[in-house]
Write a protein that binds this ligand. Structure first.
Ligand SMILES: *[C@@H]1O[C@H](CO)[C@@H](O)[C@H](O)[C@H]1NC(C)=O
Length: 235
C-alpha cells in the first residue's frame, strides 16, 4: 500500500471505531464511582490519592470495592404515576449504581398510568435504548433525522422489545385500560435525557418568544401560554 492508501485505511479505522463505540471502553475490570477520593491527603503541597479520575467520576480503590457497589434494590416498586403525564421513570444509572462507572450501560424502570400514561417525546444524547414491555400495551415510536423525519412506530404488548436509536426523538404512550410497566437498557452509564417540550418551552431562562413563534409557526400569545405551563420533569 502506498501512503495515501495507508492514510485512508487509518482514517476508516478511526472513524469505524468511533462509530462503534458508545461510552469509552474501560481499561480495568471496573471503576466503582465515588464523588471524592476518600483516601486523598495533602502533604507538603503534594496530593496523594489511591483514586483515578476517569470520565467524570473517581474510581474507588479496588481493594475497598464490595458487592453493594454493584447492587441496587427497589426496581420491583412501581413508580408514582400521579402526575400530569401519568408516568414515572426509576433510573439505575451510574448516579444510583456506582459500579456502572466506565462500563457503558444502565437501565430504567418506567411505569405508565392506565388510559394515556405518557413518556413524552425525548432523546438520550448518549445512548441507544432497548425497551421491553413487562405489562400493558404501549404505542411507541421514534422519528428519523432530517429531511425525512419519518415516524417509525408500533403497538407493543407484554414481552415485546423495541429499540430507540441513539439521539432520536422517541416516546411511549399507554393505550391500554390497565397500567403498563417497561424496563429499558441504555448504552451509556449516563444516557442523559432531553424532554423536547420542557427544553423548548420550559427552558430557564425562557427562549425569546420571537424565536419560538417563528420556529413553530404559532402566535406569540400561544408561545407565552406554553412557556407559562408547568412542565413535568421525567428522568
Ligand atoms: C403520588 O404522588 C402524588 C402527587 O405528588 C401524591 O399526592 C401521592 O401521595 C403519591 N402517592 C404515593 C403512594 O406516594
Amino acid at each position: 500500500m502506498d501512503t495515501t492508501h495507508q492514510l485512508i485505511v487509518l482514517i476508516l479505522f478511526a472513524v469505524t471505531s468511533f462509530v462503534l463505540a458508545a461510552d469509552p471502553s474501560p481499561l480495568q475490570d471496573f471503576c466503582v464511582a465515588i464523588d471524592e477520593p476518600h483516601d486523598a491527603c495533602i502533604t507538603s503541597n503534594l496530593y496523594y490519592s489511591d483514586s483515578m479520575f476517569v470520565n467524570g467520576k473517581f474510581c474507588k480503590n479496588p481493594v475497598l470495592v464490595v458487592a453493594e457497589d454493584f447492587t441496587l434494590g427497589g426496581l420491583n416498586i412501581p413508580g408514582n404515576t400521579s402526575n400530569q403525564l401519568g408516568v414515572f421513570v426509576t433510573p439505575a444509572t451510574v448516579a444510583q449504581l456506582p459500579g456502572l462507572n466506565t462500563l457503558g450501560i444502565s437501565l430504567v424502570r418506567i411505569d405508565y398510568a392506565p388510559y394515556g400514561g405518557l413518556n413524552p417525546p425525548h432523546t438520550h444524547p448518549r445512548a441507544t435504548e432497548a425497551l421491553v414491555v413487562l405489562e400493558g400495551t404501549l404505542y411507541v415510536g421514534f422519528v428519523t433525522s432530517n429531511p425525512e423525519n419519518r415516524l417509525i412506530s408500533k403497538v407493543l404488548y407484554e414481552g415485546d422489545v423495541f429499540v430507540f436509536p441513539q439521539g432520536l426523538i422517541h416516546f411511549q404512550f399507554n393505550i391500554g385500560k390497565t397500567k403498563a410497566v417497561a424496563f429499558a437498557g441504555l448504552g451509556s452509564q449516563n444516557p442523559g435525557v432531553i424532554t423536547i417540550a420542557n427544553a423548548v418551552f420550559g427552558s430557564n431562562p425562557p427562549i425569546s418568544d420571537d424565536v419560538l413563534a417563528k420556529a413553530f409557526q404559532i402566535d406569540k400569545k400561544l408561545v407565552d401560554y406554553l412557556q407559562a405551563q408547568f412542565w413535568t420533569k421525567t428522568n
